[in-house]
Design a protein around this ligand. Structure first.
Ligand code: ATP
Ligand code: MG
Length: 271
């Protein structure tokens, strides 16, 4: 039987069709929003324990990549899934438009220093994938270049995995209509207005190009060592549930142990 989370995984080397995945659906879960939130709370509590163990174990690392269209919910996911996790063991990096110095280097140069250290979880809000997505849609580099980057990405992630980093990548899949509503809210809700950028509308005009770029990039780079998960994300509660479930499953599979203890202090009394 397929585990709940496995149904969202992108099969390596297989063609991916995003339009066949309905962002409003909640596959594998029959409950409503309330039941979903309750299950996420349980999973999040387990995530806290596992993160503690990862930190105590101190030899393994976890890299979490989050990609989505604008207003796709990357920020909300980080807030809702990691809110109880000890911030000391987690570092979040938001990859914005590259600076002049970053552009003067290869596309992976700015990523490597943000990878997790032993015992840490690193979360990437956008990532090196922008360099095969926005770079492709806006012709920032030619086709030869972005196509070759698929191989460079797979090799980079394979190296990280071989050196002890577990990698998991999420594409938060929202519908074009959901994006319309969320961008509209950024205009209408005074508390959200600060998030508004006219760039969002320019990017929205390229919706189909982005979907095509995502389909190809995800299929080309979902590997056993660094799998992609496509998360139906129109419903925030379901999105959080899937991400939390996947993270718990992956951390559990790491079979983390507490570090060896000093048995010479058995029975020692602190006076
Ligand atoms: P939200 O989803 O809430 O809008 P965001 O992640 O879009 O948040 P912004 O500051 O609005 O954050 O946008 C960051 C921008 O930086 C995105 O448009 C993204 O495409 C762009 N960007 C990131 N990496 C690169 C890159 N390597 N090359 C070009 N543009 C990039
Ligand atoms: Mg944005």
């Amino acid at each position: 039987m397929t585990n709940f989370h496995e149904r969202f995984q992108v099969a390596p080397g297989k063609k991916l069709r995003l339009r066949d995945i309905d962002p409003r659906t909640t596959p594998g879960f029959d409950g409503d929003k309330e039941a979903g939130r309750a299950r996420t709370a349980l999973r999040n509590a387990r995530l806290e324990e596992l993160q503690d163990l990862l930190y105590a174990n101190g030899t393994r690392r976890l890299l979490v990549v989050l990609q989505a269209m604008d207003a796709g919910g990357k920020d909300g996911t980080i807030r809702n899934v990691f809110d109880g996790v000890n911030p000391q063991g987690v570092k979040v990096t938001c990859f914005k438009q590259p600076t002049g110095k970053e552009l003067a280097h290869d596309f992976l140069w700015r990523c490597h220093p943000c990878t997790p250290a032993a015992g840490e979880i690193a979360i990437w809000n956008r990532s090196h994938y922008e360099d095969v997505l926005v770079a492709r849609v806006h012709d920032l580099v030619n086709e030869d270049c972005w196509r070759r980057r698929y191989e460079h990405i797979v090799a980079f992630e394979s190296m990280l995995a071989d050196e002890g980093t577990t990698i998991v990548k999420f594409f938060l899949h929202i519908s074009k209509d959901e994006q319309r509503q969320r961008l509209q809210e950024r205009i209408d809700d005074p508390k959200k207005r600060w998030k508004w950028s006219s760039r969002d509308l320019d990017e929205r005009a390229h919706w189909d190009d982005y979907q095509a770029a995502y389909e190809e990039a995800l299929a080309a780079t979902s590997t056993k060592k660094a799998p992609w998960f496509v998360v139906p994300a129109d419903r925030n509660w379901f999105r959080d549930l899937v991400v939390s479930e996947v993270l718990v499953a992956i951390l559990q599979a790491m079979d983390l142990r507490l570090p060896p203890v000093d048995s010479s202090i058995d029975g020692l009394r602190v006076t």
